[in-house]
Design a protein around this ligand. Sequence first.
Ligand code: PLP
Length: 415
Amino acid sequence: FGALQSFDPDIAGVLLSELDRIRSGLQLIASENLSSPAVLTALGSTLSNKYAEGYPGRRYYGGCSEVDKAEQIAIDRCKALFDADHANVQPHSGASANQAVYGAFMQPGETILAMSLPHGGHLTHGTKVSFSGKWFNAVHYGVDNETEDIDYDQVAELAREHRPKVILAGGSAIPRLIDFEFFRNLADEVGAIFWVDAAHFIGLVAGKAIPSPVPWADVVSFTTHKVLRGPRSGAIVCKEEHAAKIDKAVFPMMQGGPQMHTIAAKAVNFKECATPEYAAYAKQVIANAQQLAATLGENGIRPTTGGTDTHLSLHDLQGVGVTGKDAEARADAAGIVLNKNAIPFDPQKPNIASGIRVGTPSVTTQGMGTEEMKTIGELIATAVTKGDADPDHAVSKEVRAQVTDLVTRFPAYPR
Ligand code: PLP
């Protein structure tokens, strides 16, 4: 770090001030986490220098003896962790992994059935602004008006009507467990490939805290930086019969050289995920999310679906008369980082939104438990309903003082 500081104080300063930002507030973005110093060390390593197009033992470049070891370890650990036939650890991100799945199974113009973005899906699940909606015919299911959980009857109806090539389950704002067996049976009935985008919850699967999609799905794509707590990246596991297709779709169809430093960091993360400490963390993430959702609910900030089975909850602010945009700004002014989010059947535009999404991976990594979640729920409710976007407002200051107390007792990246 000394070398960076003397050559480029501007960027060194950003690294330090970002660390400061992380340490001084509560990080409740459901898709973020605090990866370990071991993971970060692998990321900042000389493996970043190496070109290694191809796969271990069959590269298009010389000098790959050492990075081959790293990738093979990552593949073996990933397969063992998820009990998967095959793993590809090269996708650069969740979106890249998803691109490869489309590339493996679909031709332009063919139909995919996926969850709609406003009901909890993801941009890469066939929205018009993404390659997935521009190049493929996307049909979308949503949640039931009453339960606010996936409308399985609608999924079945649309599958029978449209006979999609691929049926996709998963998304970015789904608080409940997904019935993978239902999707498997439906995919078999209509002759579709069953794909799960497990980006959000794969970390809970790794910690054996929720059921795995791997036995049910043809292919499972995921990010490695959310609950899983690895480097910012992606991966794919699949059945043996699809292995060659997936590998060819990742490289050379969609990507060039793999990022070997990130692959090494994924290997480190997969090793961390196989420990008893990680399993305890994964269970605590869920207990914390359930407590946080309940406390917010008790304060009039209703959790959609009535709660959560996972690491995140989605909350409807209409009962307290605040928009998602204002709630995000008020929480931020009080040192609490969360995001506005559309709720199902949201009357507001997405950039205003009627909801917030909160997640517990980062605060659980910091060692906080359900008692702290009660406190955090109360603090969010105070900031959102009585606070202001001005950090100098009395309520912002009062909440921030309590946030400081929490993060002092449960520091991120302890010194
Ligand atoms: N899939 C889902 C369900 C996601 O939630 C995300 C990111 O939030 C992605 C894919 C895309 O991942 P990335 O941002 O790494 O491209």
